[in-house]
Ligand binder design. Structure first.
Ligand SMILES: NC(=O)c1ccc[n+]([C@@H]2O[C@H](COP(=O)([O-])OP(=O)(O)OC[C@H]3O[C@@H](n4cnc5c(N)ncnc54)[C@H](O)[C@@H]3O)[C@@H](O)[C@H]2O)c1
Length: 265
């Protein structure tokens, strides 16, 4: 029987109060895992965990800022204390300042790197500390189509996501000898609230700078996707589930596009 049953597995998803992380948490919980729904915004994490547990599945909401190593180490220790292990780490927390490069600031660049790049490293290091002793574990980093193609609208975001791809490959090599797989997923475009706290969501900012209505921008984006539909958080969750399953035991150091055909690299 071929399957992706995660019963008995323990999964930590960062940024799980958001759109994609929430979808990933849903999918792992539906597959039987105990999911730690971690986010800097505890209310959002709680709301997602409550939705999951209302379906009779298992989830725990936890506050986590991925830029704070003390918090990360304390959470990993707590998870191991409660369950004896951590099987999967899904790094999904992220931010974006969507604006033309020439209008962006050093401070925005630093903040972007702090969350999207250093935050991923912080969480990988802390999880590896526990996974290596068991010689077992899976890490999935949520990258982006912008991990492989520069942009003058998301320049700093793209730089952070290029970096996270480099981390995925390098950490994957370092972890391989301990039977730990490290992979990335490159989503295309998903209509979430990303960017809201940094000035506006993707479609709001595109609308602002293009002078076109937001709905028209969304439609233009949709038409640029060969499959003519946006992906969902669950779509990314299904790929993460596969990468964490035994079916993917020989896949590591890879970045897989889930983008409706928008990218082919
Ligand atoms: N939405 C897209 O089109 C898209 C495309 C490609 C990649 N991604 C990536 O997917 C991931 C999730 O994005 P999303 O679209 O779901 O956005 P989102 O804003 O809905 O979710 C991101 C979550 O990360 C949390 N977060 C931000 N900073 C944090 C920190 N320091 N510590 C912990 N949590 C923090 C936010 O509170 C939020 O809940 C990001 O890494 C993003 O770069 C998104």
């Amino acid at each position: 029987m071929i399957g992706m049953d995660m019963t008995g597995k323990v999964t930590l998803v960062t940024g799980a109060g958001g759109g994609i992380g929430g979808g990933i948490a849903d999918v792992f919980a539906a597959a039987g895992a105990l999911v730690y729904v971690a986010d800097m915004e505890l209310d959002d994490a709680r709301a997602r965990a409550a939705q999951i547990t209302a379906r009779g599945l298992t989830a725990r909401a936890v506050r986590l800022d991925v830029t704070q190593k003390d918090e990360i180490n304390a959470l990993m220790d707590q998870i191991v204390k409660e369950n004896g292990k951590i099987d999967h780490l899904i790094n999904c927390a992220g931010i974006v300042y969507s604006k033309p490069y020439l209008e962006s600031s050093d401070d925005e660049f630093r903040k972007t790197l702090e969350v999207n790049l250093i935050g991923v490293d912080n969480c990988c290091r802390a999880a590896l500390g526990h996974m290596i002793s068991r010689k077992e574990g899976k890490i999935v980093n949520i990258l982006s189509a912008s991990s492989r193609m520069g942009s003058d609208f998301y320049t700093h975001y793209s730089a952070s996501k290029f970096g996270a791809l480099g981390l995925t490959q390098g950490i994957g090599l370092a972890a391989a000898r301990y039977n730990i797989n490290v992979n990335g997923i490159c989503p295309g475009i998903i209509d979430t609230r990303i960017g809201e706290k940094q000035g506006g969501t993707l479609s709001q900012q595109m609308a602002k700078y293009s002078g076109k209505p937001e709905e028209q921008m969304k439609e233009n984006i949709r038409r640029a996707i060969p499959l003519r539909r946006f992906q969902s958080g669950e779509d990314i969750g299904y790929m993460a589930l596969f990468l964490c399953s035994e079916l993917a035991k020989n896949i590591t150091c890879q970045a897989i596009n889930v983008c409706g055909g928008m990218r082919m690299n």
